[in-house]
Design a protein around this ligand. Structure first.
Ligand SMILES: [Zn+2]
Length: 123
């Protein structure tokens, strides 16, 4: 089976779950089915169940469910980002700058986590 056919099959399965309407199908397509923070291929066999929809800005904003405020993320990045505010006190005004800031934040948390587990491994 070619990669394209595998993807079509998986997308069909996603739609059948009822979790993905047109909007989510659109943002999935836009992301190339990859986590927009770490690049993990969310259609890979080992990524089954890891797909999340991340809200770039937290719930209090007006256009919360607008596609511009949504990003595809893996569960690891989504959890690490959490409710962290990517606006940087209003300095990050574009989707791109907010996503770039979120990427930095997630990577810092990943690094901190790996440093902590390295400490435990040493003792
Ligand atoms: Zn990720």
């Amino acid at each position: 089976m070619t990669d394209r056919l595998v993807r079509e099959k998986i997308v069909g399965q996603l739609v059948k779950t009822g979790r993905f309407g047109h909007k989510y199908a659109y943002i999935l397509e836009r992301s190339g089915y990859k986590c927009q923070y770490c690049g993990r291929d969310l259609l890979a066999r080992e990524a089954v169940g890891m797909l999340c929809i991340d809200h770039i800005l937290p719930k209090r904003i007006k256009r919360y469910e607008h596609p511009d405020n949504l990003a595809i993320a893996c569960v690891v990045c989504n959890k690490l980002k959490g409710k962290w505010d990517s606006t940087n006190n209003g300095a990050n005004t574009t989707r791109e700058s907010r996503m770039a800031a979120a990427k930095v934040h997630i990577n810092e948390k990943k690094l901190k986590k790996s440093n902590i587990s390295a400490l435990y491994e040493r003792s």
